[in-house]
Ligand binder design. Structure first.
Ligand SMILES: Cc1cc2nc3c(=O)[nH]c(=O)nc-3n(C[C@H](O)[C@H](O)[C@H](O)COP(=O)(O)OP(=O)(O)OC[C@H]3O[C@@H](n4cnc5c(N)ncnc54)[C@H](O)[C@@H]3O)c2cc1C
Length: 308
């Protein structure tokens, strides 16, 4: 219930204004977001790069005008050029939401998103790194996987994200488990109806294990995006059963979440990549993070009440 309400608030303009104004917000946002500028983002990458790899996300989604979609491409192009110039491209790739580069534009949105994503992939290739396409709500999956296939024809290292809470995902894992395919498996962060998604946490976890088994037994490159200790342990066992060494898959976690565990896994010799978001459009991302952790909500609510 609370999760549903928070995710709905994440799409509401009125709630956005209230949350953005709340003094406590800044403190919590700083936990999850590396800063608003490119320099701050690069600083975070530098700090992490000693023992971890990174995927950088320029915050923003659901863009409804073409100029903003083009501006997002420019931001990524500059970011990738800076990663190359500073030598950080060897440790950092980028994550892109197709709705930030035009997927939802009323005319030719998918074509525009493909063209824009292609420009980002070309900039990434030139920098010596790669792009992963974030996955948004279930209505975006077909378009995102279609665009992924088109991009992979020219940029084979472009990665996908699949969400274990969707009933279709086992089949998508089979389709994307072949050689050269980079797949980030996560539980899924949106509020999805029962008709397309498992809503019970245990069912989501079971689906995650089935999906991960398919990816580990395949010939692609699984990216295990979860902070769930049970699933992290199961990933290690499934990799071993499938004869994969530490270089044949990676763990991924979010900036600001389970940092000590991230460092522990890296120290064990596992590949650990951190998803680092930056930029001013943090609202939607932040509300999804709040929804994942009831303790955050309690803290947030208490702070709002105590201030008046
Ligand atoms: C690298 C990465 C990329 C992602 N990309 C996408 C994407 O493209 N599309 C998409 O739908 N979702 C994405 N997600 C989000 C994902 O779907 C989940 O919503 C999120 O990771 C929480 O699920 P969990 O697997 O960590 O398990 P949970 O059971 O939710 O969490 C396990 C434990 O992790 C800790 N934890 C989890 N979330 C938080 C939090 N917000 N704050 C503090 N502690 C927390 C808590 O200790 C919790 O008990 C991504 C996640 C990661 C790690």
């Amino acid at each position: 219930m609370l999760r549903t309400a928070l995710l709905a608030a994440g799409r509401s303009r009125a709630c956005r204004a209230a949350v953005e104004r709340a003094p406590v917000t800044r403190e919590l946002v700083a936990r999850y977001v590396a800063g608003s500028t490119l320099e701050e983002a690069l600083g975070a990458v530098e700090a992490l790069a000693a023992d971890r790899e990174v995927t950088l996300d320029h915050l923003g989604e659901d863009v409804t005008d073409a100029a903003r979609a083009r501006a997002t491409v420019d931001v990524y192009t500059r970011l990738l050029a800076e990663l190359a110039r500073t030598g950080l491209a060897a440790r950092a790739e980028v994550s892109v939401k197709l709705s930030a580069v035009g997927r939802l534009l009323p005319r030719d949105g998918e074509k525009i998103a493909l063209d824009n994503a292609r420009r980002i992939c070309a900039a990434a290739a030139e920098a010596g790194t790669a792009v992963t396409l974030d996955m948004e709500d279930h209505t975006a999956v077909d378009a995102t996987l279609g665009i992924l296939a088109a991009l992979r024809a020219d940029f084979p290292s472009t990665g996908a994200v699949l969400q274990a809470y969707l009933r279709r995902t086992e089949a998508d894992c089979r389709d994307l488990s072949g050689a050269g395919s980079r797949v980030r498996l996560c539980k899924g962060a949106y509020d999805e109806p029962e008709s397309v998604a498992y809503r019970d946490r245990r069912e989501v976890d079971r689906s995650y294990v089935r999906c991960l088994r398919i990816l580990m037994r395949g010939t692609g490159y699984p990216m295990v995006a979860t902070h769930d200790p049970r699933l992290v342990a199961i990933a290690g066992r499934l990799a071993e059963d499938a004869g994969r060494g530490p270089a044949d898959y990676e763990h991924q976690m979010l900036y600001g979440v389970r940092d000590r565990e991230q460092r522990r896994l890296a120290a064990e010799g596992r590949r650990m990549r951190v998803y680092v978001p930056y930029g001013d459009e943090w609202y939607g991302y932040f509300m999804r993070r709040l929804a994942e952790r009831p303790a955050n909500v309690a803290f947030f609510a208490r702070s709002l009440l105590s201030r008046g």
